[in-house]
Design a protein around this ligand. Structure first.
Ligand code: NDP
Ligand code: OXD
Length: 316
């Protein structure tokens, strides 16, 4: 098989998962694993990566396309020796659906006071709490891309009022939208804030004390709630913890952290109004990943334009 058609794989999955998924993927192409000792990557044309060893680019100098093992590409864009070739993001219905499930689950959990009821359950306490409805609250979604737009749609189905914020203004039926310059106005309407932003120089540290202080206070839940599944580098964790301690925020659901895994001594673990998940809001499905990459390789080899190519200037 021609090395010109070879695909290097350096992903986070277990070897047996990769083996099982490879049974019906990349027919007619040679698959190489970067982790195999002595694997000769020198002629490889494509690479599928998720936090690869930085030596990859030296070992595979003839790469033509990089395929990200996830939707976010912040870790690729900061890799030393990154070649100037197209980077294709992972965009797939499975990833989108999983994320929307997580977002809706978290919004409903705070609406229906799941953290407070769990606390009562552990104390064997039988006490009914006030119960606002979804329509009494506004969820503000920051990031109206592939994931944000689907979450907006599904939050609407559950009855929430939804507002959205993105770099360029979007038009979404039944949703008030704001552009980058209108952040304060967007926050002032938001009771539950959902972060679905990529990590870029512009979004690093965007969720800080100043932003939390601009969220609407006194809404149907009393205090605003912060939900983040974008990237941990966008949240200033010290500010977030202080906002939760001072009651600027009434609760949070966090899937991403400044440093992952979240340190065992982080106060976030023990806060009973905080739900922590281990960067698991939406895992990439390996079969879907391979299917998507193959489709793009076929397009490329047929001379058609690639889809979901990262804009290096904007960083996502
Ligand atoms: P997209 O690229 O489709 O969308 C990104 C959105 O963010 C766009 O609406 C974009 O605005 C907006 N945006 C980017 N920069 C800014 C800025 N400076 N100011 C305002 N808005 C901005 O990404 P996806 O929806 O596919 O994914 C979003 C992120 O979710 C990923 O980058 C990744 O970090 C994270 N993720 C997390 C997972 C998890 O399990 N926790 C799983 C998958 C993804 P515009 O529309 O104007 O371009
Ligand atoms: C992604 C992720 O970016 O899983 O896809 O975080």
């Amino acid at each position: 098989m021609s090395a010109r058609n070879s695909v290097v794989i350096d992903l986070k999955f277990e070897r047996r998962e990769v083996d099982a998924a490879l049974a019906d993927a990349f027919r007619g192409r040679t698959v190489l694993r970067a982790s195999d000792p002595g694997a000769d990557l020198s002629g490889a044309r494509y690479a599928m990566i998720w936090r690869p060893d930085p030596s990859l680019f030296e070992r595979a100098p003839k790469l033509e396309i990089l395929f990200s093992g996830g939707a976010g590409v912040d870790y690729i864009l900061t890799m030393p020796g990154l070649p100037d070739i197209p980077i294709v993001r992972f965009v797939d219905e499975s990833l989108t659906t999983r994320m929307s499930e997580w977002v809706v689950l978290q919004a409903l959990s705070h609406l229906r006071q799941v953290p407070a009821y769990l606390k009562q359950q552990h104390a064997r306490q039988w006490r009914e709490l006030p119960q606002p409805e979804a329509k009494d609250l506004t969820v503000g979604v920051m990031g109206l891309g592939v994931l944000g737009l689907d979450s907006v749609r599904k939050l609407k189905v559950m009855g929430f009022n939804v507002v959205g914020w993105s770099r360029s203004r979007k038009t979404i039926e039944g949703v008030e939208t704001f552009d980058a310059g209108e952040l304060t106005a967007f926050l002032a309407k938001t009771d539950i804030l959902v972060g679905l932003l990529p990590l870029t120089p512009e979004t690093r540290g965007i969720f800080d004390a100043s932003l939390f202080s601009k969220l609407r206070q006194g809404g149907a839940l009393g205090r605003p709630v912060f939900i983040n599944a974008g990237r941990g580098g966008s949240q200033v964790e010290a500010d977030l913890i202080a906002a939760l301690e001072k009651g600027v925020l009434g609760g949070a659901s966090l899937d991403v952290f400044e440093k992952e895994p979240l340190s065992s001594d982080s106060p976030l673990w023990a806060m009973d109004n905080v739900i922590v998940t281990p960067h698991a809001a939406s895992a990439s499905d390996i079969r879907a990943l391979f299917r998507n990459a193959e489709a793009q390789m076929d397009r490329y080899e047929a001379g058609e334009p690639l889809q979901h190519v990262v804009d290096r200037k904007s960083g996502y």
